[in-house]
Design a protein. Structure first.
Length: 212
């Protein structure tokens, strides 16, 4: 089931649960786009949906999906501010911080490799974060943070915090966790100026990690 938090004639903003792929070419898992296309079919609407903000399968949060193919070019040029909340292992210092590094996407193994200096095929990666609280999850000392992406690289948040020694809780790909939980990362806010209606849109959701 997908919760739709905002809808107009041009877009959906919906909440993708952790563990659900945005789009599955294998047909083995129920995916977000299939649900939205079925909803459109039942409403006798055009069978079209285009994802503008993607999330990894184990990550939950807000996704922006287009409903009208005529405006894809406009949306592709629209700046979208994405804010995430995450729980990282270990204790981070309080305050506002900026992380800068370089990321190379290893497509063969589907991971992102982070380096402090530029290497062949790498791209600059920047994010900002603020500490929200220190806490323990399943008896593991952790820090809850709020993250804003400046660049949008493959697995950027997950890879960059693993690089500084604080992988996300329950992230098996970039950490060593065996926790039976989803990755502790959620897209909690999307902000943009609607390129068709010219309205300022600010959609937020409450992260319910402990209820997942």
């Amino acid at each position: 089931m997908i919760d739709i938090l905002y809808e107009d004639p041009y877009i959906y903003v919906c909440f993708k649960p952790a563990g659900m792929p945005v789009q599955s070419g294998r047909g083995l898992k129920r995916d977000m786009l299939s649900y939205l296309l079925e909803k459109r079919a039942l409403a006798h609407e055009e069978l079209y949906a285009h994802v503008f903000t993607r999330l990894d399968e184990p990550v939950s949060g807000l996704c922006l999906v287009g409903k009208d193919p005529r405006y894809v070019g406009l949306w592709d040029k629209t700046p979208i501010t994405k804010t995430y909340e995450a729980i990282v292992t270990g204790e981070l210092e309080a305050g506002h911080r900026i992380l800068k590094a370089y990321i190379r996407h290893d497509k063969k193994n589907n991971i992102s490799v982070v380096t402090d200096d530029k290497v062949p095929d790498s791209k600059e990666a920047i994010l900002e974060y603020d500490m929200v609280e220190r806490l323990a999850v399943d008896s593991v000392p952790c820090t809850r943070i709020r993250v804003r992406l400046v660049t949008g690289r493959h697995h950027q948040i997950r890879a960059m915090f693993a690089h500084i020694g604080h992988p996300l809780f329950a992230d098996r790909k970039y950490g060593v966790s065996v926790a039976l939980r989803s990755v502790a990362l959620c897209a909690v806010r999307l902000e943009f100026r609607h390129p068709v209606t010219h309205k300022d849109i600010d959609i937020r959701t409450e992260w319910k990690y402990y209820e997942e």
